[in-house]
Design a protein around this ligand. Structure first.
Ligand code: PLP
Length: 376
């Protein structure tokens, strides 16, 4: 079987191209490319979808995290607790602003930041925590919010990988990104809600923070050419907003397709020795940004990778290096706690093709190759 992709945006586009082309043409005709009505419409649509008062578009997910930190006005050299096992953007922005990322360990089953490890690394310089809802499911938000209240810390949710997922508490669903003080997301093409280029957004229920965020994202100005604070040029452009307005309508359907594919992978791989299929926590609904296996023995993982390569099946190792060991953080000021589970995960994880266009045949084919590799 050929042409299995890690993410298949072409086939997805084929299904919705009339709507997308129409939406793009409207923007081109209006010539309102920056801060046009499409952007406002998207911000309104997404805030309705999430059940939050304010959504502010910006240039990308990394900027969203940076703007969130800037809006909180933390004292210089504050410590910001981040998971050791995530994409670098989460920690990069902390360093860029002169703060200190503090890397803490994650849970070995759900891969998300461990509340106990957060507690163990709080000092009197800690100002904020950035939990990342990794691979599509929620962190243990009840425990994290409790810690935040106890120590008076800000929570910025990095929801770049779990848009559309929820945290379930007392039988109620709360959209991820709406639980902490500020939520951030990315519309990078391969994300669950992806544009056709870069894009990002911030969410908050706090009117004051919302105002600060939109000012920072637009050169620190509320009135044109009057700059109140140092800001950024980071705006969601109208063409991306037009695409996202179309794709938001399909987000639940897309997330369901990912979920169904994950269950099919599980069905083939569940019983195999030496492998752990993704653990779904009961307090969330998983939207499978990634379908990530844990292969307990490093040699077996090597064998699986070799066989996948030989059959031209793409895969990902998210993530190959724990953040505290990245070269960048040997020079940038940072701290870390015991991150032994994160280190272990970098040696065990394997992410399989996951997108909205996977067929049963593709999943079966990939599953059989993994089965075969593990028997060798
Ligand atoms: C993708 C991603 C980001 C950054 O988003 P960009 O839009 O690429 O800047 C941040 N955090 C996590 C966890 C991500 O996966």
């Amino acid at each position: 079987m050929t042409n299995i992709q890690m993410v298949d945006l072409q086939t997805q586009y084929d299904q919705i191209q009339d709507e997308i082309n129409h939406a793009l043409r409207q923007v081109l005709k209006s010539a309102q490319f920056i801060k046009g009505p499409e952007v406002t419409r998207f911000e309104e649509n997404l805030s309705k979808y999430l059940g939050i008062n304010h959504v502010i578009g910006c240039g990308n997910g990394t900027d969203a995290l940076q703007i969130a930190l800037m809006a909180l006005d933390l004292p210089p050299e504050s410590e910001v607790i981040v998971p050791d096992f995530t994409f670098i953007a989460t920690a990069e922005v902390v360093s860029l602003l002169g703060h200190i990322p503090v890397f803490v360990d994650v849970d070995e089953n759900n891969f998300n930041i461990s509340p106990e490890s957060i507690r163990a690394n709080i000092t009197d310089k800690t100002a904020a925590i950035i939990p990342v809802h990794l691979f599509g499911q929620s962190c243990d938000m009840a425990s994290i919010m409790k810690i935040a209240e106890e120590y008076d810390l800000y929570i910025i949710e990095d929801n770049a990988q779990a848009l559309g997922s929820t945290y379930i508490q007392n039988g109620k669903n709360k959209a991820l990104g709406t639980i902490g003080h500020i939520g951030c997301t990315s519309f990078f093409p391969s994300k669950n809600l992806g544009g056709y280029g870069d894009g990002g957004a911030l969410f908050t229920n706090d009117d004051n923070l919302a105002k600060k965020i939109s000012i920072i994202a637009n050169h620190g100005m509320e009135t044109r050419y009057y700059h109140d604070v140092i800001g950024l040029n980071s705006r969601l452009d109208s063409l991306q907003a037009a695409i996202l307005n179309v794709k938001l309508k399909y987000l639940n359907q897309y997330n369901q397709a990912r979920y169904d594919s994950a269950q099919k992978y599980n069905h083939i791989l569940n019983e195999l020795e030496g492998i752990q299929t993704p653990v779904e926590e009961t307090y969330t609904n998983h939207v499978f940004h990634q379908y990530t296996l844990k292969i307990k023995n490093e040699k077996s993982r090597e064998q699986v990778l070799t066989d996948l390569q030989n059959h031209e099946i793409p895969y990902g190792i998210y993530y190959p290096v724990p953040l505290h060991q990245q070269k960048a953080f040997q020079t940038a000021k940072s701290k870390h706690g015991d991150c032994s589970r994160s280190i272990q995960l970098t040696r065990q994880v394997l992410s399989l093709p996951m997108h909205t266009e996977l067929t049963d045949d593709m999943i079966e084919y990939i599953g059989q190759i993994i089965k075969g590799a593990l028997k060798k």
